[in-house]
Design a protein around this ligand. Structure first.
Ligand SMILES: Cc1cc2nc3c(=O)[nH]c(=O)nc-3n(C[C@H](O)[C@H](O)[C@H](O)COP(=O)(O)OP(=O)(O)OC[C@H]3O[C@@H](n4cnc5c(N)ncnc54)[C@H](O)[C@@H]3O)c2cc1C
Length: 459
């Protein structure tokens, strides 16, 4: 079957014909909880609901198939880091609340490994930590500043530390490093194996998953689809970036595109020369986000932002392919890892990540209307969605757990601007970030004023 979308590496070999799909909602379905969206947020919410309140009936409605969104296409960084920095969190919620949330995130990476292991979800989980390597003096200054921010917030070198060029090179031999940041709080996963394994696990716990069931409206006590509806006391929006496609969600979340490439499996001699034996996740210290992992089958999967925001927050399979950005990613891989100069790139794909106006994730439950929502991960959702799902489940099950009072709960972000201001603003942020990287390469100094201007645009 030909797919209209770019096939993510992780889904190569998966079956997408109609006989492998779960059934669609047809008529009226009654449930205690209905979750809209079959990605990590929806599946983790269902998983923890079945642990905390097994008597509740839980249904999930998914417009395409489980893992169609970011959960089946991401870079596989299962990272304990939040889109919000410790200083931003402390300023908004106080240092205790920041510490509580961050400690929960550290623990969540291990919790994902625990759940995967105890439910036979073979998702190639490996916790090797994360490296951000400085390839320019401007990166060195910025990374030191970042580490200082963490230390000022009470975290130690055991959580995040500076490593010399020699230390980084012992981990992974890149073309040029001046040292970098290392943290142990990150693992790699195969995202598709995780999302499909989670779906099987919750079905075994009694959760019903409907596919090919696009929600047209999400209302208190019901979700309406073309061929039916699900009525429930609790309705959970787990659509993340796709919230922007609902009329009421246009200004809540902006879909930002993140694109990826993957090499063919590399030879033993290439791996010998690269090192990278602990499969740490890897990023370059530039301003525009980059992310890489050594996959379990010996490829480099490498992603980055920088693709344009599309007018009206539109999302389309077409945007998953972008020759310019994919070409730029291939070039960057070859620059950072010259050992792969002759390797073929076998996969090119991408997808939207959801950005709220203040980059702040949320786990919101309104017990009056029964409407709930989790998301706002800005590309950091692999581990965070698990914590958000657990937080939503504790709130719905009314356990009184400390998570029900954490900084994710009932957070309301400001709305994004109306168009064309949104289009101008978001694409200006991307252009400023790209310009700052070029300027830093030329001057070898961090573009502090320019970046402050960019951050000011978000303020
Ligand atoms: C290319 C890429 C790389 C990434 N890399 C990383 C990474 O390395 N680490 C990290 O932490 N995060 C990463 N992310 C982000 C991460 O994948 C997401 O934050 C996470 O998967 C969000 O999960 P979710 O369940 O909230 O949303 P999704 O996985 O997007 O799930 C939402 C689901 O809702 C469905 N849907 C849409 N509209 C409707 C509707 N109307 N009715 C019913 N269902 C609907 C969609 O089909 C989708 O399956 C990346 C994202 C992308 C796109």
């Amino acid at each position: 079957m030909t797919l209209g979308r770019a096939l993510p590496l992780w889904q190569d070999g998966a079956r997408f014909d109609s006989s492998s799909r779960r059934s669609a909602v047809d008529g009226v379905v009654e449930s205690d909880v209905v979750i809209v969206g079959g990605g990590y947020t929806g599946l983790w919410t269902a998983f923890y609901l079945k642990q905390l309140a097994p008597q509740l009936s839980v249904s999930i409605v998914e417009s395409q198939f489980v893992g169609f969104g970011g959960s089946g296409r991401n870079g596989g960084w299962c990272s304990a880091f939040l889109p919000m920095s410790p200083s931003e969190m402390s300023a908004e919620h106080g240092s205790q609340a920041m510490r509580f949330l961050q400690d929960q995130m550290f623990a969540t990476v291990d919790e994902i490994a625990r759940v995967a292991q105890s439910n036979n979800i073979d998702c190639d989980f490996h916790k090797g930590g994360t490296i951000t390597s400085a390839s320019d003096p401007a990166h060195v200054e910025r990374l030191h500043h970042y580490i200082d921010d963490w230390h000022a917030a009470g975290f130690s070198d055991l959580d995040m530390t500076w490593e010399s060029a020699d230390q980084i090179s012992q981990r992974i031999r890149v073309s040029s490093t001046l040292g970098g940041m290392y943290s142990p709080h990150c693992a790699v996963v195969n995202p598709w194996k995780l999302v499909t394994g989670l779906a099987r696990t919750i079905e075994n716990l009694g959760v019903v998953i409907f596919e090919d069931s696009r929600a047209i409206t999400i209302e208190p006590r019901r979700v309406v689809m073309e061929r039916g509806e699900v009525r429930a006391k609790w309705v959970v929006n787990a659509l993340e970036s796709f919230t922007s496609q609902l009329p009421a969600g246009k200004r809540k979340i902006v879909p930002l595109y993140s694109l990826m490439v993957a090499t063919e499996p590399l030879s033993d001699s290439v791996w010998h020369s690269l090192g990278w034996n602990h499969r740490e996740t890897f990023a370059d210290g530039r301003n525009m986000v980059t992310y890489a992992q050594r996959t379990a089958d010996g490829r480099i999967a490498f992603g980055g932002r920088g693709a344009p925001y599309h007018f009206g927050s539109s999302i389309s399979d077409r945007y998953d392919r972008n020759k310019t950005i994919h070409g730029r990613l291939e070039k960057t891989v070859r620059e950072i890892f010259p050992q792969v100069a002759d390797a073929q790139f076998t996969h090119h794909w991408g997808g939207p990540v959801g950005a709220p106006r203040d980059w702040h994730a949320f786990a919101n439950v309104d017990s009056t209307t029964g409407l709930c929502a989790g998301g706002g991960y800005v590309g950091d959702g692999v581990a965070l969605s698990s914590l958000v799902g657990r937080t939503l489940a504790h709130q719905i099950a009314d356990t009184g757990d400390a998570l029900t009072r954490c900084a994710l709960v009932n957070h309301q972000s400001k709305q994004w601007e109306v168009e064309p201001l949104r289009w101008l603003g978001v694409n200006s942020l991307l252009a400023l970030t790209e310009y700052a990287d070029k300027a830093e390469r030329r001057t070898h100094r961090p573009m502090k004023r320019l970046l402050a201007l960019r951050d000011g645009l978000l303020g």
